[in-house]
Design a protein around this ligand. Structure first.
Ligand code: COA
Length: 253
């Protein structure tokens, strides 16, 4: 399956750029593997002070590759999806993201583990798990309601309602809203500011602010249900409908 994650480092700033624009940066197992390996190595590498997540092209990320979901539904635990999610939650250095266009599914839930998020004005965050026969992942079932309140989180996580950039900043899901043409510059500036601060104090501060033990426990609870849901007839109908470019039909369930 084609698609890459491009890894570059400039001083203390390590950038992971999802790069599969023809499929809207939908993440394959191989792409999750690259991101997981990169985070694992970056956590041990003193030359890395901050990691930045970006997406190439017109949008940030269309979430998990749905064709991969259909194929991997029986052995998802052996792949890299959950490995990436666990490493994301446990990453000890600051994470920055810059988002343009759609951020779907894990494209949005990964932002909940980022410490500084810049949204372009066309950014649209969505988590259509239920409509895919699935449940939330990456501890989003806990972090999102805690951040934006149950009602708005229910609309997103259970009803799949998207949230635009201005509302996301107002709701505390992101730091900054910039014009699309300003996104690169705003992300670079934020990352450089973080990288210039003392790394020991920075990591100790993040450790005090995050609770990877608590979110990690929720991730494991979600993963168990998510893996079951992947094999459900509801999910199979949703994935098949997407691949066949038709509306799913849940009327028989
Ligand atoms: N998995 C696999 N392929 C995907 C994909 C995904 N998550 N998202 C997009 N693609 C593919 C489309 O099938 C299409 O492939 P094709 O050119 O071979 O037909 C191509 O990427 C372009 O997608 P398209 O839907 O035409 O782009 P768009 O700009 O009209 O819409 C999105 C962009 C992101 C809104 C839309 O693609 C979408 O909703 N994707 C699915 C998101 C999703 O449910 N992800 C899973 C979350 S858990």
């Amino acid at each position: 399956m084609n698609g890459t994650v491009d890894i570059t480092q400039d001083g203390g700033v390590l950038t992971l750029r999802m790069n599969r624009p023809d499929k809207k940066n939908a993440l394959t197992n191989a792409m999750y593997g690259t991101m997981a390996d990169t985070l694992e190595n970056a956590d041990r590498d003193d030359s890395v002070r901050v990691a930045v997540i970006r997406g190439a092209g017109e949008l940030f990320c269309a979430g998990n590759d749905i064709g991969d979901f259909l194929k991997a539904s029986d052995n998802i635990a052996e792949g890299n999806v959950f490995r990436f999610i666990r490493l994301l939650g446990a990453f000890t250095k600051p994470l920055v993201a810059g988002v343009q266009g759609h951020a779907v599914g894990i494209g949005t839930t990964m932002l909940l583990h980022c410490d500084y998020v810049v949204l372009a004005e066309d950014a649209k965050l969505s988590t259509p798990f239920t409509g895919l026969g699935l449940v939330p992942e990456a501890a989003s079932s806990m972090i999102l309601p805690a951040t934006i309140g149950h009602s708005r989180a229910f609309a997103m996580l259970a009803m799949g309602e998207p949230m635009g950039a201005a509302e996301a900043v107002a709701a505390g899901l992101a730091n900054q809203l910039v014009a699309n043409t300003e996104l690169d510059d705003a992300v670079d500036k934020a990352a450089q500011r973080i990288a210039a601060l003392p790394p020991g104090a920075m990591q100790a501060t993040k450790a005090l602010m995050r609770e990877p033990g608590v979110t990690g426990a929720r991730m494991e609870a979600e993963i168990e249900i998510f893996a079951q849901r992947l094999q459900s007839a509801e999910a199979k109908e949703a994935f098949t409908a997407f691949m066949e470019k038709r509306k799913p039909d849940f009327s028989s369930f």
